[in-house]
Design a protein around this ligand. Structure first.
Ligand SMILES: [Mg+2]
Length: 372
């Protein structure tokens, strides 16, 4: 008998971060994740995670809205349906619910995790097989303090934990941000690649001035300098400068990717399963990029271990991540809710190999950090 989806439970989990994490729109001291437990009639449980950053400061979905919308609108569409056909379940969700990409991503992950466990295949195997199982991982320096950031970077280099660093800028006046970035690049020199993420904070005029200075300071990559919807502006910046642009918030799905490519964009795309609405949609962005000769970068919404593992399985199926990944979410958290954490070493992380996501929940920790 074909198994069906029996119940879908959502749990808000609040985990403290190891230090304040300063972004252009907010400062985080805690990360909230929505954990999905999807139980099937054959006794298998699929896990998923829906996570965003900064409440509603970053985007239109908050942890609370993700939970409420899954409970009220998305779960009832799936419960009672056959478990094994992920594409049909994606079509059902997209047919009944607009937007809510982070919620959809969490559910798709849970479906794939269950199917992998059912078939005895890792999620990457379910997607056709891994081309690589150790993926490079950068670290984001975002303490808000130049000296602390330099010390943090040097210790990560010495531990062989990370050799690429991303700085979150855009909340301070331009000259102050540039001084901060240039000081860090100078301190690290050729030992490390230094990139910046402006998280849409600049207008195009400010971006032209800022990118010129950052290019002169030896910065390797400029992420989403201007607002997401300003595709034409991003294309102009890509054509104007030698330092490559990384589109993040501006490339949510394959349609955005196609628009940017057709408009003459060059540089790189940040892939994120959460912003695209799941692994398959994120891989569609990757395929447009590959066809157009655009670089790939594995992005994070600062997910915990479950969301990070799901992304790793997806990125592992791609032939090359030219700009590496930022799948460091679990390292920013003081504790975890899984039995075996991900294995970070040699400037990267190992994809888990067990069936499905390869992740087991620690029930005690989960209960401890669940919002009461
Ligand atoms: Mg970004």
């Amino acid at each position: 008998m074909t198994p069906v989806i029996e119940t879908i439970e959502t749990i808000l989990v609040d985990l403290p971060t190891i230090r304040p994490h300063k972004l252009s729109m907010t400062t985080m001291a805690c990360q909230t994740m929505v954990i999905v437990r999807m139980r099937h009639s054959d006794g298998i449980e699929g896990l998923g995670e829906g996570t965003t950053i900064g409440g509603l400061a970053y985007g239109p979905e908050s942890p609370e809205s993700i939970k409420r919308n899954i409970d009220t609108y998305l779960a009832p569409i799936l419960v009672g349906q056959p478990s094994g056909n992920v594409h049909t379940m994606r079509a059902r969700l997209n047919g009944h619910v607009r937007g809510n990409n982070i919620a959809k991503s969490a559910l798709e992950t849970a479906l794939l995790d269950a199917q992998g466990k059912r078939l005895g295949l890792s999620l990457a195997e379910l997607l056709g097989g891994a081309r690589q199982t150790h993926l490079p991982v950068l670290w984001t320096l975002a303490s808000g303090d130049t000296r602390k950031d330099i010390d943090e970077a040097l210790s990560r280099l010495d531990q062989r934990r990370h050799c690429d660093f991303k700085l979150k800028i855009g909340s301070n006046p331009l000259d102050q941000d540039v001084r901060h970035v240039a000081a860090i690049k100078e301190a690290l020199g050729e030992r490390a690649s230094v990139r910046v993420d402006v998280n849409q904070a600049w207008d195009e005029r400010t971006a032209v001035r800022g990118i010129q200075l950052l290019q002169e300071a030896g910065i390797d990559l400029i992420e989403q300098a201007i607002p997401a919807r300003e595709h034409a502006g991003l294309i102009r910046l890509a054509n104007r400068f030698n330092v490559p642009m990384l589109a993040d918030e501006g490339v949510q799905d394959a349609r955005d990717a196609l628009d940017l490519v057709c408009g003459g964009f060059s540089g790189a795309f940040a892939l994120k399963i959460s912003k695209s609405g799941g692994i398959y949609s994120a891989l569609e962005v990757a395929h447009v990029a590959q066809a157009a000769g655009i670089g790939l970068y594995g992005g994070t919404m600062l997910e915990g271990t479950i969301g990070t593992a799901a992304s790793l399985h997806a990125w592992a199926t791609l032939p090359e991540m030219g700009w590496g990944t930022e799948m460091f979410g679990p390292l920013l958290l003081k504790d975890d809710i899984v039995v075996e954490p991900l294995n970070y070493h040699e400037f990267g992380v190992e994809m888990p190999m067990a069936p499905g996501l390869g992740i087991t929940l620690d029930e005690e920790k989960l209960a401890h950090y669940s919002r009461k």
